[in-house]
Design a protein around this ligand. Structure first.
Ligand SMILES: [Zn+2]
Ligand SMILES: [Zn+2]
Length: 232
């Protein structure tokens, strides 16, 4: 495991949103009930991340913590794992909820229960990801995660269920974008051009959306799924 000293900034190669092969969209799938199949999948997952040159990953399955412990067991000190979940807030926005590496799994499970997504209720009967209960809007989810000691990142900001894509525009979008509890945003656009709404937000040049984020991550899902981020 890497250690740091001093006060200068350290740059890590991270992927702060990963989905495990336990997610139903993954093909070929993994037999959840087979401990050895899950263990093998976790080993392959860690191998792939290390081969890709990553120093750290967050595992952020939709409403599920099932892959976190298998991953922790598979790392053998080769990779930092941030335990996480991707939650769909009641107003539709997706939120990545990340925790310190040594956070007990129970902390994340308790959060899911509080949001109304208990075991077995992660998905709708048709397989769609279940939203958090009605009171858990984007802002309320961020508050709760903060109370639990975690941090939040808004993923895929310009795609469906992203902060800049949402039908919810105007003041509420500005408020959600500017909340100090939002510690990062994720975008899949590498080349930004001034003059376009989402690009200006990402460039931090649009007046009403101007803010300072602790982590700004850039993801190229199509190329390598690697995220480069600065940890301040
Ligand atoms: Zn996701
Ligand atoms: Zn998402």
């Amino acid at each position: 495991m890497m250690t740091f000293s001093g006060t200068s900034a350290h740059f890590l190669r991270c992927d702060l949103q990963t989905h495990s092969p336990l997610e139903p969209e993954f093909t070929p799938g993994v037999d959840h009930k087979s401990a050895s199949a899950v263990k093998d999948a976790a080993k392959r997952f860690v191998d792939a991340a290390v081969d890709a040159g990553l120093d750290a990953i967050a595992v952020t399955d939709h409403n599920s913590t099932a892959f976190i412990e298998p991953l922790r067991s598979a790392t053998a000190g080769r990779l930092v794992i941030f335990p996480g979940i991707e939650v769909s807030a009641a107003d539709g926005y997706h939120v990545l909820c990340l925790f310190d590496p040594d956070t007990p799994i129970k902390t994340l499970q308790s959060l899911l229960i509080k949001l109304g997504i208990e075991g077995g209720k992660e998905r709708q009967p048709d397989g769609a990801v279940r939203l958090a209960d009605a009171r858990w809007t984007f802002g309320e989810v961020l508050n709760e995660v903060d109370m639990c000691g975690g941090i939040c990142i808004a993923p895929h900001v310009r795609r469906d269920n992203g902060l800049l894509r949402s039908a919810m525009a105007g003041e509420i979008r500005v408020r959600n974008w500017l909340t100090p509890l939002l510690l990062g945003v994720e975008d899949d656009r590498i080349e930004l051009k001034p003059g376009r709404f989402a690009d200006d937000c990402m460039l931090n040049t649009r007046d009403s959306y101007r803010h300072s984020v602790a982590i700004r991550s850039l993801v190229d899902h199509h190329a390598s799924a690697r995220t480069y981020c600065s940890v301040l």
